[in-house]
Ligand binder design. Sequence first.
Ligand code: OSB
Ligand code: MG
Length: 391
Amino acid sequence: MTESSPRIVKASVYEVAMPLLKTFVTGFGDTSSRHTVLIHIVDDEGYEGWGEAPALDHPFYLPETTSTTFSIVIEYALALSLQAVSNDPRDVARAMSPIRGNTFARAGVEAAYWALVSARSGRPISVLLGGTANRVAVGESLSIADTLEETLEEVALRLAEGYQRIKLKIRPGWDLNVVRAVRERFGDEILLQVDANAAYTLDDADVFRAMDEFGLLCIEQPLGYDDLEGSQALQRQLRTPICLDEAIRSPRDAQRALDMDACRNINVKPARVGGLVASLDIHRLCVERGVPMWCGGMLESGIGRSTNLALCSLPGFTQPADMSPAAVLYEEDLVDPTYFVDDEGYIEVPRASGLGFNVVASRVKDRTVRFATLDSRTQTIREESLDHLSI
Ligand code: OSB
Ligand code: MG
């Protein structure tokens, strides 16, 4: 560590229960239990940074889970970050680069350093990233419902609230019918897209060819979570851009997918691609090639949403971000005030330095089910009994 980079004197990781108000139903199954992982670091001058590693509890979206993320953060990611040549997030990302995969763990640790350097420099994360927008257009991602009527009601509500775009989760049996029903009720003007979460195979190509008639912004991750070849074969048959989510877990994946024409649109989730540094690389690539992109979500708390919003302020993010409001997801957010969608469907990019939102430590504490912290003597991160929890 250089002299200009103060020492990290506190480094902790928390597994936090964030029960969803409603089960989130998608092409990969049901998500009812939701635990997220938070990283908190403090330097020797008292500046702090929070980051979120929002893997899901189960391995049905991607291989990583809350538990694997928690373990990798303790055993490797946070430990390696402490060896970085400085606290600059690019150096931290480099220090963690020996870790294969485990993008959520690396992204969560890196995010905490972005918040820390932002707090120290007095410049908001969006500015550090090179962002220019003051507000970000958002859309909701709608869970698969029991009836079409339920979905139509929810779409009506969101459009009335100002949401700029509707994303329908689809799976076999809930696809053309729901798209047709939404188009019939709300017309061709609304921005509409679908997300299959890898629930189909190339044998279902006719479903997607039929979708071509509905003027969708994109068809997100129709085929297997790592199936670039299948996606390439399907994209050849479609006018609607395929958007990849699960299949892009690094800048290299993004380059390969675009070179192959396996997609013509990209969902960037910092947590899925390994952090904001990797997201900036994908942003540069997409801008160079004129590929539209947008920021996805992982049902994060306001802690993760804050860094997503900062990223969306970059000029290449031309389509509305997935940002279902906290009030729809959870009883209460971990930040207060939480982000707010105005009646034109925009969320303000956090302007404050540091995380940009105030973390309510007591809420984090009340919801923590596991935690680990830095043993300053051995410089290792160790799991601790909840009796020792102090934030
Ligand atoms: O596929 O985009 C997805 C949430 C969890 C896992 C995968 C996905 C999603 C969403 C949620 O669609 C969007 C949001 O966070 O508002
Ligand atoms: Mg998706």
